[in-house]
Design a protein around this ligand. Structure first.
Ligand SMILES: Cc1ncc(COP(=O)(O)O)c(C=O)c1O
Length: 393
């Protein structure tokens, strides 16, 4: 009799269950909004990346519908064969203007943009010097490139410099950091890393997925926030978070973008965005460029909520952004905190190893521009009572 080759899956899942780390997918019964229904329960939603509330913005819905009616539901091809519509070209032109770079190429997701760019720009003979907390898509892109990967401690540009200084000057080297770290909400050491890149002639890359629409003038990202225009060769942004729709992009020189057109595998081998998604992103840029009230509200809400958590005595780490972790240590405690919050009407996901270090499990909160003060105060009150119940504060 043959043994079941899939038996290991059951073992892995049982191990997750016994460690209290097994997660069932929570299901939204309604739209992605600040207050919504999840698994049949009305909740204040602190789990989405919908920073500006654009997922449900009337202007974006309108443009998506118009494009759907005019151009249909899909493109039916990859970009390099027949899947490039005027809408894609227009979105890339607008994004390049927004990011103040020569050109932009749009990918199907931020993940594809990072993985596609890193894996095609670097090769077997090259080196990638990467912050230890960089996003999984950077790590996967780095592995696919076959370049040597050297990791520096989180945010430590001096350590990055020491690594680069040891490398032969002839070796192509990429210095890479997230702009905003997705699990901690702190900022990458961008100005200091730009100095290192210039001193040693490295390529400098920033993944601004969580900074797009959040940091910089009108949401142009951390490169704008730090005044680093012209010093970062490769900027990645996402259209899936603050922009409210789906997709990612690389911004940089015309030569970089043309190179990616020819070499980045997700661009070459995966179908392009449906016209409705592309039109939605164009409408989001119109909103960002014409009205900064959403970004101001996002930051007002961020200050209110973060200071409320700190006043209660929670450990919010080094967060400098609307991503505010509530760090509790043990993975099972983070999951219990998340479950108890949910039972009281607050949706904030628990995050444990391997997404974060084993002793740094947390509940991650993200406020948006569209939360009301009452909703945020309600969430703080629930955090206070559940935090005390579990002995966290
Ligand atoms: C830092 C970072 N980079 C890239 C991505 C990927 O972006 P997308 O969701 O558009 O694929 C994410 C999303 O989780 C992220 O947090």
């Amino acid at each position: 009799m043959h043994t079941d080759p899939l038996a290991f899956l059951g073992d892995e899942l049982s191990a997750l269950k016994s460690q209290g780390l097994y997660r069932r997918l929570r299901v939204l019964d309604s739209e992605q909004a600040a207050r919504t229904r999840v698994d049949g329960r009305e909740v204040v939603n602190l789990s989405s990346n919908n920073y500006l509330g654009l997922t449900t913005h009337p202007k974006l819905r309108e443009r998506a519908l118009a494009a759907l009616v005019q151009f249909g539901v899909g493109t039916g091809s990859v970009r390099t064969i027949a899947g490039t519509m005027q809408l894609h070209v227009e979105l890339e032109r607008r994004l390049a203007e927004f990011k103040k770079t020569e050109a932009v190429v749009v990918f199907q997701s931020g993940f594809a943009a990072n993985a596609g760019a890193v894996s095609s720009l670097l090769g077997r003979d090259d080196v990638i010097v990467s912050d230890e907390l960089n996003h999984a898509s950077i790590i996967d892109g780095a592995r696919l490139s076959r370049a040597a990967i050297k990791v520096f401690p989180h945010g430590d540009a001096a350590a990055a410099r020491a690594i680069v200084a040891e490398l032969p000057r002839t070796q192509k080297t990429l210095l890479i950091t997230d702009g905003v770290f997705s699990m901690d909400g702190d900022l990458g050491a961008i100005p200091a890393l730009c100095d290192v890149a210039e001193e040693f002639g490295c390529l400098m890359m920033v993944d601004d997925a969580h900074a797009s629409g959040v940091f910089g003038r009108q949401g142009r990202g951390t490169v704008d926030h730090f005044g680093m225009h012209g010093r970062v060769h490769i900027q990645v942004g996402t259209l899936s978070k603050a922009i409210g729709a789906l997709g990612g992009y690389v911004a940089g020189s015309r030569a970089l973008i043309e190179f990616l057109h020819h070499k980045a595998r997700p661009f070459l081998f995966s179908t392009s965005h449906p016209p409705s998604v592309t039109a939605t992103c164009l409408a989001a840029l119109d909103v960002l460029e014409s009205d900064d009230s959403l970004i101001r509200r996002l930051w007002d809400n961020t200050r209110f909520f973060k200071s409320g958590l700190n006043a209660l005595g929670f450990d919010t780490g080094l967060s400098e952004s609307p991503i505010t972790p509530v760090i509790v240590g043990e993975g099972s405690l983070a999951m219990k905190l998340s479950d108890r919050l949910f039972a009281h009407g607050v949706f904030a996901q628990g995050i444990a190893f391997p997404t974060v270090a084993r002793d740094k499990a947390r509940v991650r909160t993200i406020v948006t521009a569209t939360h009301t003060r009452d909703e945020l105060q309600f969430a703080l009150d629930v955090f206070a009572s559940v935090g005390r119940e579990l002995g966290i504060i």
